[in-house]
Design a protein around this ligand. Structure first.
Ligand SMILES: C[S@@+](CC[C@H](N)C(=O)[O-])C[C@H]1O[C@@H](n2cnc3c(N)ncnc32)[C@H](O)[C@@H]1O
Length: 209
């Protein structure tokens, strides 16, 4: 049997960026086009897409008039995004140590990212910090955070020129994701499940600061 090499996200996505880009419709099927509508009006909003990859969602949000910043550890994934849109600001960086000022964004999204993060609290803390706060007066809410959590207990094996590889992944229980967000003082607005038959395949969560 062929040995499978386990790679970290940076090396893994740098190596498999072409493979990922070819499967856009497949990734979409886990969301059933529910992510962008959940964000409401995005025109002129400052949006941070963490683990933006090749820009599957960044590109759609920019097209809808949002001011998008796309952050990722993989330069190969971000290169694919840049080849399609030069206006989106791209930043190489880590989800757990966001290189942005406090209170900078109206919206943060992270689709199919947390499956690669071991400690969600480090990332959620950073999201809370960079989101704009709720206004002191009036009824408006603070910045919003949308994440998706794929139901993946075993990382897929991908065939590459370096042989079979797997990208380091972690399963996160949906209840734990919600508990962690609430502990950090986020308010839960939506907690939806995309299902195939009786089985959930993706959790979509929208919270506000
Ligand atoms: C499954 S892809 C998702 C891409 C895109 N968000 C989408 O929905 O199609 C996961 C992305 O997260 C990035 N990533 C993984 N760990 C990361 C980390 N700690 N910080 C920033 N990006 C990370 C990977 O490089 C990859 O581009």
């Amino acid at each position: 049997m062929q040995k499978v090499k386990i790679l970290n996200s940076k090396d893994g996505y740098n190596l498999t960026a072409d493979y990922y880009a070819k499967k856009e419709k497949y990734w979409d099927s886990f969301e059933q086009y529910q992510v962008v509508p959940l964000l409401g009006q995005v025109k002129d909003r400052e949006i941070l897409d963490v683990g933006a990859g090749n820009g599957r969602l960044s590109l759609r949000l920019a097209k809808a008039g949002a001011k998008v910043t796309a952050l990722d550890v993989s330069e190969e994934m971000l290169n694919k995004l840049k080849s399609k849109n030069q206006k989106i600001k791209v930043v190489i960086g880590e989800a757990e140590d966001l290189p942005f000022e406090d209170n900078s964004f109206d919206i943060v999204i992270a689709t199919f990212l947390i499956v690669h993060l071991k400690d969600l609290n480090l990332f959620f803390d950073e999201v809370y910090r960079v989101l704009k706060p709720a206004p002191r007066l009036g009824s408006g809410q603070g910045g919003k955070f949308l994440l998706t959590n794929i139901n993946q207990r075993k990382a897929p094996e991908i065939k590459t020129e370096q042989g079979l590889v797997e990208i380091e992944s972690y399963y996160h229980r949906p209840e734990q994701v919600i508990e962690d967000l609430e502990t950090l003082a986020f308010s839960i607005e939506e907690n939806k499940f995309v299902k195939e038959g009786e089985t959930w395949v993706n959790q979509i969560v929208l919270v506000s600061k």
